[in-house]
Design a protein around this ligand. Structure first.
Ligand code: SF4
Length: 233
């Protein structure tokens, strides 16, 4: 990427960020779930929506009385039943148990508070060692729980970034993450993440995006090329 292109992209990213804050208001960071809860619920969220992963998490905690030790030592089949609403329970159940085992072996308990003290890259590397935890899951834990400068990229963020021309069309989520992180400072990540997801749900939908009413269509590389989008989101 040339210096000129990077400067242009930086300006564009700043304008997108400002415009989304104007339209949707700037979300202010507040602590979300406790870090352990957030880690497990994000493991559950792979390939499903927030409603299903939230329901699976509640069922898991109710069945085992909010006791991580009980979950770690329970028969796998019982965990699968509890998390069934999240789907892919044959993979997710062992991922959860193995993650709890690793944390327990290291900490003698179940806390991720020490992650708050780590530099971002170290924290990312630490969290992505757990099975079922990729950069998106790890970044969500870091951003939502600690407001740490790691930008999570889900399907909404990836799709919009590519359509806007901030990221190349064939870029993978980790590349999209790195591009945004090179363009904007960490204190913008929370609001940008929340607003891009809202924008993806309400306007820049996978199929039939509402380009005509989109408040950032003036900044979008592909605005006006309707018909190119179908099936390519
Ligand atoms: S103009 Fe269309 S494709 Fe571009 S960001 Fe807006 S809704 Fe998405």
């Amino acid at each position: 990427m040339s210096e000129r292109t990077h400067v242009d992209l930086q300006r564009k990213a700043e304008q997108i960020y400002a415009r989304l804050n104007q339209v949707y208001d700037e979300p202010v960071w507040r602590p979300h779930r406790p870090p352990m809860d957030q880690l497990i619920v994000t493991i559950l969220s792979a390939n499903t929506n927030d409603v299903n992963s939230g329901r699976a998490f509640r069922q898991l905690m109710e069945r085992f009385d909010d006791d991580w030790d009980a979950i770690r030592t329970a028969p796998l089949e019982e965990i699968k039943i509890a998390i069934r609403p999240a789907g892919m329970y044959n993979q997710k159940a062992p991922h959860i148990v193995r993650t709890l085992e690793m944390i327990y072996d290291e900490q003698g308990g179940y806390s991720l508070d020490h992650v708050a003290e780590m530099p971002v890259e170290e924290a990312l590397a630490y969290l992505t060692r757990f099975p079922g935890v990729g950069h998106k899951t790890a970044s969500i834990v870091l951003l939502f729980c600690f407001n740490t400068g790691s930008f999570p990229v889900d399907t909404h963020v990836q799709r919009i970034s590519q359509r806007l021309g901030v990221a190349p069309r064939k870029s993978n989520p980790e590349q999209v993450k790195r591009i945004w992180e090179s363009l904007l400072p960490p204190e913008t990540y929370y609001a940008l993440h929340i607003n891009l997801i809202r924008h993806g749900r309400e306007i820049c939908r996978s199929r039939a995006p509402k380009c005509e009413v989109c408040p950032i269509n003036g900044l979008c590389d592909y605005y006006g090329r309707s018909g190119e989008w179908e099936g390519k989101g």
